[in-house]
Design a protein around this ligand. Structure first.
Ligand code: PBG
Length: 331
């Protein structure tokens, strides 16, 4: 399409007043775009701040329901849960992940009892439960075993579904785990439990504060490059997503967020399925540090960043800024 040139066309006309900017906005942010990740702590009536994630805390189960109520009242449709498992319950094989009374399952039940209308998304991976901090079982050389890990993940997803999880989200990057989890959910009569797969999850330097939050940072032996994707690869994300969709994923995720907006846009354009971005802990910390240093306005940085995900095609964003952002959107 050819368009007239200056002065017949003045692009600034469309930006000349708030009403016309509002009218011509291609994307609108809404609290319904947000998923709020929350960390769970053992104990009662407790809030544990996380030093590398200023403003984010771990909450004890009895105080989590209040967070879910806040989410509901702000119009945030879904929360994501991550447990900080006490060290004595971590083991080589991460058996605690399949304990139906583990911290995660108790948290799911508490939230579903108190605020059933808020969706609960649970992480499926062994790293909060293993003594070595990897997402799966390791062999003698320390490599993560694929098929043996998948069996454990299936058990983990099932106890979460039994406890009331609405969406299980495998974040481990084992091959074939989506199909295995889908089959087990189907067989277990959990037909409406959805799967959001961390389909394109990169071996990223932006996960540091999260590993503090779930207590795995000091434990991690080596790195996760044997299972998480190489940041050099974009086309490979298309193959990862295609496999997860074929295996029965209801929605897919690209993670991290901002440094991988190109991947998000490619995935959305290619498949046109519900595609989520995870603005990970290091991204949150980066914005907080920039704002604290006076490098930018915090509220504006948060909203502009979230808008970039929408523009790239995201159906929604997992973000530690969810509560603040929803408040900002409410005005
Ligand atoms: C682990 C998991 C990680 C995150 C979510 N699930 C970290 C990792 O892979 O080491 C990162 C989230 C964040 O940094 O906010 N299964």
């Amino acid at each position: 399409m050819s368009q007239p040139t200056f002065p017949a066309m003045r692009m600034r006309r469309a930006r000349s007043a708030p009403w016309i900017r509002a009218m011509l906005a291609e994307h609108i942010l809404s609290p319904a775009d947000l998923i709020w990740p929350l960390f769970i702590a053992e104990g009662r009536d407790g809030e544990e701040p996380i030093a590398t994630l200023p403003g984010v805390s771990r909450w004890t189960v009895d105080r989590l329901a209040d967070r879910a109520r806040e989410a509901r009242d702000l119009g945030i449709p879904c929360i994501a849960l991550f447990p900080n498992t006490p060290p004595h319950l971590r083991s080589e094989r991460g058996e605690e992940a399949q304990n139906p009374d583990n911290l995660m399952c108790r948290a799911i039940r508490a939230i579903k009892d108190a605020v059933p209308e808020v969706g609960v998304l649970t992480d499926v991976a062994l790293d909060p439960y293993t003594a070595h901090g990897h997402d799966g079982l390791t062999d003698a050389a320390g490599d993560v075993l694929n098929d043996e890990t998948t069996e454990q993940l299936v058990g983990q997803a099932l106890v979460q579904a039994e406890a009331g999880a609405d969406i299980v989200a495998p974040s481990d990057m084992m091959d074939g785990r989506v199909a295995a989890i889908r089959a087990a959910l189907e067989a277990g009569n959990h037909r409406n439990v959805a799967i959001m797969s961390y389909a394109a999850k990169y071996a990223s330097a932006f996960y540091g504060p999260f590993r503090d939050a779930v207590g795995s940072r000091g434990l991690l032996k080596g790195d996760k490059r044997g299972y998480q994707m190489d940041p050099a690869n974009g086309a490979e994300a298309i193959r990862e997503v295609a496999l997860d969709l074929a295996e029965g994923a209801d929605m897919v995720m690209v993670k991290p967020g901002l440094p991988y907006l190109d991947v998000l846009a490619r995935v959305k354009d290619h498949f046109n399925v519900p595609t989520f971005a995870y603005a990970v802990s290091g991204e949150y910390a980066m914005i907080e540090a920039a704002a604290a240093a006076g490098a930018g306005d915090r509220d504006a940085l948060i909203l502009e960043t979230l808008m970039s995900f929408k523009r790239a095609g995201a159906s929604g964003v997992l973000t530690y800024h969810a509560r603040d952002a929803a408040r900002l959107m409410a005005g």
